[in-house]
Design a binder for this molecule. Structure first.
Ligand SMILES: Cc1cc2nc3c(=O)[nH]c(=O)nc-3n(C[C@H](O)[C@H](O)[C@H](O)COP(=O)(O)OP(=O)(O)OC[C@H]3O[C@@H](n4cnc5c(N)ncnc54)[C@H](O)[C@@H]3O)c2cc1C
Ligand code: FES
Length: 512
């Protein structure tokens, strides 16, 4: 997290700035009464909006202007320069617009404007054959984004959102980062305050386990026997952690991390723990390792691979990530696996024994496709959807970690487990459930944070035949391009946020 400090802010825009300092396409950070303001010029138009992203406070002036929008350098949210509206996840809230006055060749920024009245993008598209009742199964990124979009579209029908979690939708990525490290206040975690759901007529039912779908009768069934009818159904059931299948896996100090409750359970043990063993050297496992190091717990990471994250990021980045964690005191046991867990120790295949007061298994996740399967929906290592996120069963859509969709950029059907993708799919599914025809065409994006090092990744490369590295990974200033047959499929970066945004834009323009 971070925000722009007033003394870092540029010129006083209330006093005016010469238009000569603002060539077409230029963005400039300034201030009005110590509030950061981003000034941007497009042709003859000058826009002024708040300078910090409404997600985690990213510095928008260091982002990328694309037509009349600006993209945040940190996690690729996008805002309208015209209205301040949050056009792309992960931002949920708009940023304020400021009034701009031009006199001769001077531009003055006056005051914050009142937010515009929300309006529907869909208009007449929703009127004909519009559903009356939408049921969303899942209270995570995709389910929440869908519900929110439905209400932003001013849709008046009934929304029932069911989640078998006890907590209302949370900022899940934070659970392996600041919140687990103990540096995020409680109020960062809910995506919206509890009152939001009633205020927006979203019937949120927590601890509600959906057990069946009767696609013919257009009803879902809950474990408690309730049945709920729908006109459109969104499946956004996400993924669940793979459980360990070794002796001792059921012990109370052996945990996985998906939900807020999982996170709190780890924190509870971590407050008295001195040594942790993390099983798995993937994103979640290593973020957990970093968070536990922030709590001064000794951390050992055990994983079968030769290098952490090599499969996704390649060997060079894998070596860097390993070295970074070692600098922070993490001890790796690679090319090794746990064979048994006891009260205070973990036994490894190599014969080693590690002391552990807490064990966190981050050994992968599985899409929760059981419901879809029961409903006769076509599966392909996930729920298969078309470009509109529709399944093969009429009226049923799917989004988020469970959905495998035709990626127009790489040409394959892909399924990813990224926060931003799930949110963007939820939004697209909402539009299409209302009768819109918006293909899902976003370029996948994810970020991961290790200590003070964020890694950003755009695109999707399951396999590559060439990996080029610009800059210096060890200096935390690099851009890695994953290519197949000369084509860039994905780009990972550290400290090169603008390049990452440009790579995303270039990929967006290439559609197969
Ligand atoms: C700790 C952690 C850290 C992460 N960090 C990052 C990150 O830094 N960057 C990134 O890009 N991604 C990250 N991810 C991945 C990201 O959180 C997921 O991709 C995203 O949450 C997927 O959204 P979703 O809506 O598909 O599923 P989820 O957010 O998992 O939501 C699924 C919902 O469905 C509910 N559900 C499932 N089955 C049923 C049922 N039968 N009945 C009722 N409810 C049901 C669940 O309770 C849950 O509410 C992280 C994930 C975790 C766990
Ligand atoms: S801080 Fe801007 S997208 Fe996260």
């Amino acid at each position: 997290m971070g925000s722009t400090q007033s003394d870092d802010l540029g010129p006083d825009l209330a006093k005016g700035i010469s238009i000569k300092n603002m060539p077409d396409g230029h963005m400039l950070l300034g201030q009005v009464d110590k509030d950061g303001v981003l000034l941007a010029r497009r042709g003859d138009e000058i826009f002024a909006i708040d300078a910090t992203c409404s997600h985690y406070g990213g510095p928008l002036a260091q982002g990328l202007m694309v037509e009349d929008t600006v993209r945040c350098p940190w996690h690729h949210a996008c805002f309208s320069l015209r209205t301040g509206e949050a056009l792309r996840a992960p931002a949920l809230n708009p940023v304020a617009c400021w009034s701009v006055e031009r006199r001769d060749d001077m531009v003055f920024v006056r005051q914050r404007k009142k937010p515009p009245e929300p309006k529907s993008d869909l208009g007449a598209a929703t009127a004909a054959g519009s559903p009356k009742k939408i049921v969303i199964v899942g209270g995570g990124a995709a389910g929440f984004a869908a519900a929110e979009k439905l209400r932003r579209e001013q849709w008046q029908g009934s929304i029932v959102m069911l989640s078998d979690d006890d907590a209302a939708p949370v900022d899940r990525p934070n659970l392996s980062k600041d919140y687990l490290a103990g540096s995020a206040p409680e109020d960062w975690i809910p995506l919206r305050p509890d009152s939001y759901y009633a205020e927006n007529a979203i019937e949120l039912r927590l601890a509600a386990n959906v057990t069946d779908i009767d696609a013919r009768a257009q009803q879902i069934a809950l474990a408690n026997g309730d049945r709920i009818p729908y006109d459109r159904l969104l499946l956004a059931t996400g993924a669940e952690p793979v459980r360990l299948a070794i002796p001792g896996a059921e012990l109370s100090h052996v945990r996985v991390l998906r939900s807020l409750a999982d996170c709190r359970a780890i924190i509870k043990i971590a407050t008295t723990a001195r040594q942790a063993v993390v099983l798995g050297a993937s994103f979640i496992g290593l973020e957990v390792a970093a968070a536990l190091r922030a709590r001064k717990i000794e951390v050992h990471v055990v994983a079968p691979e030769k290098r952490p994250m090599e499969r996704i990021l390649g060997p060079q980045m894998g070596d860097f990530v390993r070295a970074l964690h070692e600098e922070h005191g993490v001890v790796f046991h690679l090319e090794d696996t746990a064979t048994a867990i006891e009260e205070n120790q973990v036994r490894l295949k190599s014969g080693k024994t590690l002391t552990a007061d807490v064990v966190v298994a981050g050994i992968g996740v599985r899409p929760r496709t059981q419901l879809a399967e029961k409903a006769g929906i076509v599966l392909d290592r996930g729920v298969l959807v078309d470009r509109y996120l529709k399944t093969n069963v009429p009226g049923i859509f799917a989004a988020g970690d469970i959905a495998r969709w035709p990626d127009p950029h790489g040409g394959d059907n892909i399924r990813v487990e990224h926060w931003v993708v799930a949110e963007r799919q939820g939004k697209t599914a909402a539009i299409n459930m209302l009768g819109g025809r918006e293909p899902f065409a976003a370029v996948p994006f994810f970020w991961s944070q290790h200590y003070d090092v964020p890694i950003n990744y755009v695109g999707h490369a399951e396999r590559w035949d060439d990996l080029t590295i610009e800059g210096d990974i060890a200096a935390k200033d690099c851009l890695l391009s994953y290519k197949r047959e000369g084509r860039v499929l994905a780009v990972a970066s550290i400290g090169r946020d603008l390049d990452s945004l440009k790579a995303e834009l270039a990929m967006e323009e290439k559609v197969i």
